[in-house]
Design a protein around this ligand. Structure first.
Ligand SMILES: [Zn+2]
Ligand SMILES: [Zn+2]
Length: 417
């Protein structure tokens, strides 16, 4: 038997409902903040990710699905989408369009990560990029929007962490200092950190190895080394968040390893996922477009939400919430009632009521099935009921049964639709 490839999975009903709901919620929030959807190809030239994500990252050095195409060119399944969005922005001259470019995407990404629970090699991200402004107000709006998506998905108890990683003017001096300190202590750090101490010292700061933490705590903080542009930028971001009553923690160790990431970085951790697992991460990348060939200065900020984890959190949060997958299960008693039931179902479904019909079998079977399907109501349609213009409606939670007219039924089921 052929099975799904390791690290991939099928998402089946009813689980796919949660995915749909999450995506609908995100689209609604994106629209309110005036974002438009961008759909880029799922594979690109390998060079795009090597440059846009960084040769030094684990993603590019170990995790990409790369192959040589028949014409000898090197292609890669996208491991993330920011580089593709910026490529499209440059290619289609979106800088010529009026106003900020606010683009969102929803779709699969591919990384050959070590298999572990909750990690997939094909995973889905919901993300967005805003291109064309350096304003700290944009950073705050992006963060506000991200939190709005989470809370409209029904999540609470998430934790926002923010930081500034400086810019090309103030970071080199900080990096030099960090490198110097690391030479003294790197012998006490993990293998990855010993390598990073030379290649990418910032990444030492977000090492997750527990034994490294006491040493990392003693390293210098970027916030003490911000320049006269970065310092007020970060203060303004914080002020805008404070104005909206958004709670956050400033964590100087929250960094991004690439040169073009600058100033604001942020992350949201959701309680039920544990401290190591963030639901989303984002940050400002004012030099990325230039590094991918843009001739105009195109500052930007973006984020991506790990949809697989978000869905997991939403499922946990709604585990006890009421509302089965099915509003009403119609059980017709005979051939004529089935014809009637089909018409009635059509009308209800046009009003977004979730309806299923028992196409065959006896009433007892139908009621059993309604229970298994978690239907809120079962509606019994018999010849007598049809003649009298009424139905028998059984509440599947309380077990109560009542006789109601078509109008009363509509009233009951359309509520909240
Ligand atoms: Zn700076
Ligand atoms: Zn380490």
């Amino acid at each position: 038997m052929i099975k799904a490839v390791k690290g991939t999975r099928d998402i089946l009903p009813p689980d796919s409902r949660v995915w749909n709901r999450v995506e609908e919620t995100a689209r609604r929030v994106f629209a309110a903040y005036h974002y438009g959807e961008i759909r880029t190809p799922i594979f690109e030239e390998t060079a795009l990710f090597a440059r846009g994500v960084g040769e030094e990252t684990d993603i590019v050095s170990k995790e990409m699905y790369t192959w040589e195409d028949r014409d000898g060119s090197s292609l890669t399944l996208r491991p993330e989408n920011t580089a593709s969005v910026i490529r499209a922005y440059i290619e289609h001259r979106l800088d010529q369009r009026p106003g900020l470019q606010k683009l969102y995407y929803i779709g699969p990404m591919f990384r050959r990560e070590r298999p572990q629970k909750g990690r997939y090699r094909q995973f889905s991200q919901i993300g967005a990029e805003v291109i064309g402004s350096e304003s700290p107000a944009v950073d705050a709006e992006v963060i506000e929007m991200v939190l709005e998506i989470l809370s409209q998905c029904g999540l609470s108890g998430f934790h926002l962490v923010i930081n500034s990683v400086g810019c090309k003017n103030c970071r080199p001096a900080f990096l030099a200092l960090l490198r110097e300190r690391l030479q003294d202590v790197k012998g006490q750090l993990c293998g990855d950190c010993q390598r990073r101490a030379d290649t990418n010292p910032l990444r030492v700061l977000d090492c997750k190895v527990p034994q490294d933490q006491p040493v990392i705590e003693t390293l210098p903080s970027i916030l003490d080394h911000l320049c006269e542009v970065c310092k007020p930028h970060f203060a303004t971001v914080r002020q805008f968040l404070d104005d909206r009553g958004i709670q956050y923690e400033v964590r100087p160790r929250l960094v991004r390893g690439l040169d073009y990431y600058m100033r604001t970085t942020f992350e949201v951790v959701h309680g039920s996922l544990g401290a190591q697992n963030s639901v989303l991460g984002g940050g400002r990348y004012d030099g990325l477009a230039e590094s991918l060939g843009s001739r105009v200065h195109s500052p930007g900020i973006g984020f991506s939400i790990g949809e697989d984890r978000l869905v997991m959190s939403v499922e946990e949060a709604s585990q006890n919430a009421s509302g089965g997958a099915l509003d009403v299960f119609i059980a017709p008693l005979g051939a004529e009632p089935l014809r009637h039931a089909a018409g009635l179902a059509h009308e209800l479904r046009r009003h977004n009521v979730r309806v299923e019909i028992a196409f065959e079998g006896k009433l007892k079977r139908a009621l059993e099935l309604a229970n298994k399907l978690n239907a809120r109501y079962t509606l019994i349609v018999g010849e007598t009921e049809m003649a009298a213009g009424v139905y028998a409606l059984k509440n599947m939670t309380s077990g109560e049964q009542e006789t109601i007219s078509r109008e009363q039924l509509a009233e009951r089921l359309y509520a909240g639709k």
